[in-house]
Ligand binder design. Structure first.
Ligand SMILES: [Zn+2]
Length: 164
């Protein structure tokens, strides 16, 4: 945390305290006068200026704590990001292994009630076992029918939807 950020927090607290003092002085000044017309200037100057200071001070404190939190958050976000990257890498492995077991099921003659799942890229779709998409991270798993209906072309190498 730099010096300016620290000053912002202290300044905010000082503004709040000064604001409360002004409100108190305004209240006190108003109470020391008997006539309502004499109380008004005190209430207005002390009260409004005091409230203004409290609001500004609170804003400074909020801005200060946000800045401090951000520094602390940055480290956590980096940890989180690497954890997510690790998780999506594991998920990719899971999808790949699901694909091979689905292939094994097909070979064994088991009915595939959900239909074939393919990996769709920007312009074409592939079997989950296709080597062309094995290293690509921007492919999406979707049903074969959906990939074909989306206008993507079937891969000529792995021929999804056709005979293996
Ligand atoms: Zn392919």
């Amino acid at each position: 945390m730099n010096r300016f950020a620290k000053l912002g927090g202290l300044l905010g607290i000082a503004y709040c305290i000064a604001g409360f003092v002004l409100v108190f002085l305004g209240w006190n000044g108003a109470a020391s006068n008997d006539s309502a017309s004499a109380q008004f200037p005190y209430l207005i100057s002390g009260g409004i200026a005091g409230l203004g200071l409290v609001v500004v001070g609170a804003a400074l404190i909020v801005a200060h704590s946000l800045r401090t939190d951000r520094v602390e958050l940055r480290g956590s976000i980096d940890d989180l990001r690497s954890a997510i990257e690790h998780m999506s890498a594991s998920a990719g492995t899971a999808v790949a292994s699901t694909g091979s077991s689905a292939g094994a099921n097909r070979l064994a003659g088991t009915d595939n009630v959900e239909g074939d799942v393919v990996l769709a890229g920007a312009e074409s779709y592939h079997r989950t076992t296709c080597s062309l998409v094995a290293d690509q991270s921007d492919v999406v798993a979707m049903p074969l029918e959906e990939a074909a209906a989306s206008g993507r072309a079937a891969c000529r190498v792995c021929n999804p939807g056709g005979d293996a």
